[in-house]
Design a protein around this ligand. Structure first.
Ligand SMILES: C[S@@+](CC[C@H](N)C(=O)[O-])C[C@H]1O[C@@H](n2cnc3c(N)ncnc32)[C@H](O)[C@@H]1O
Length: 226
């Protein structure tokens, strides 16, 4: 496996690289953040979670959408990349961001949102990372994890060509579900997503119907803490 990527090296070019990789699907790179947060908003058991963590938030691209979708929630972001967090802080005043160095002791969360992070966590560290997310949720709290779909050849090609994916080790949905179960969560939902580009919005209704088909660009899994 390649050395771990330091996302701080890509913080100023992150959005441009994303546009380059997935511009064929949507020229608006914010589309992906909006899409995932809207999906979570529809799937969430609670309409008004009080506290939400975005784990692995990077430069904070998903945070404005989380704020808009859950306007009454306290939202926090965390990452292992400190300069990326600095950018996230500047772009999102009023939101707390902290470094994932094991020193932060937060109040429990009602929801944890994780997008495109697990494939950057070395496989040997994934169980411990998932257990730490379990501990940070209150009873009834929900973990939402989005990951690249390794069964989709286009997704695999994008990952192979993207500089910040040099350390990526993709996970099959069954592997992610097993990690989540192994950390004592109940897996309460799992589906493929990102089938229909926004220019075909008339077909957007098909997204939910296709969740079983292993051809979406990504997939998501929900773990619930009993
Ligand atoms: C592809 S970026 C995704 C950023 C953000 N979630 C998004 O959707 O825009 C992956 C992020 O995961 C972070 N990351 C990698 N390993 C991590 C870990 N063990 N704990 C927390 N964050 C991690 C990286 O620093 C990077 O910011």
């Amino acid at each position: 496996m390649n050395d771990k990527v330091d996302f701080d090296d890509h913080k100023d070019t992150y959005n441009a690289l994303l546009r380059e990789s997935v511009g064929f699907f949507s020229p608006d790179e914010a589309y992906f953040a909006r899409y995932k947060v809207e999906l979570v908003k529809k799937a969430a058991r609670s309409e008004r979670p009080l506290r939400i963590l975005e784990y692995g938030c990077g430069i904070g691209r998903n945070i404005p959408f989380l704020k808009a979708a859950f306007p009454t929630a306290v939202i926090e972001g965390s990452d292992v990349a400190s300069a990326s967090l600095e950018m996230a802080r500047k772009e999102n005043p009023g939101v707390s961001f902290y470094l994932e160095d094991g020193s932060h002791d937060a109040e429990p969360f009602d929801m944890i949102f994780v997008a495109s992070v697990y494939h950057h966590i070395p496989p040997a560290e994934r169980s411990a990372a998932t257990a730490s997310l379990f501990r940070r949720l209150r009873s009834g709290g929900e973990l939402y994890v989005f990951e690249h779909n390794p069964y989709n050849p286009v997704t695999r090609r994008i990952v192979n060509n993207c500089p910040y994916d040099a350390d990526a080790v993709l996970l099959k949905p069954a592997e992610l579900r097993s990690l989540i179960r192994g950390a004592s969560f109940e897996v309460t939902a799992s589906a493929y997503c990102l089938f229909i580009p926004p220019k075909l919005s008339a077909l957007a209704w098909m997204e939910r119907a296709l969740g079983w088909l292993p051809l979406g660009g990504q997939y998501w899994v929900r773990g619930t803490r009993a």
